[in-house]
Design a protein around this ligand. Sequence first.
Ligand SMILES: [Zn+2]
Length: 135
Amino acid sequence: MKPILDMVDKAAVLAYLRSRSLIWPDSEGGCWTWEQYRTPDGYGRFTAQGKQYYAHREGFIASGGYIPFGWTVDHVVCGNRACWNPDHLEAVSNEENVRRARNKRWARFLKEHRAALNVSKKLNGSVIEPAGANQ
Ligand SMILES: [Zn+2]
């Protein structure tokens, strides 16, 4: 039988989350990684009294964080979606979250294509004709 968790009891929620997470020391990044069920996109999730909750949202709220209606909680420090350390989280509007996701995708693109970009810089932007183009 599953224990009954009162979601209004913040201390109980924190104890519940802690008991099911890998708590890393600050010296090692400090992520509090949810070790139970994760959604396909990597967020920690659990069920209490028939309702589903995200570990990072509930951890944020139980730690005194406030999420305005319609806002999301961004993993602003670590990018680790299974993490619920409130020091790594920030409530953001959907607009801001979308903007950040776009920036992250752009940063990832630049990182992945760094080698190619460096090559084009070394060539000072000169265009290389494919072999045999002038024949
Ligand atoms: Zn984290």
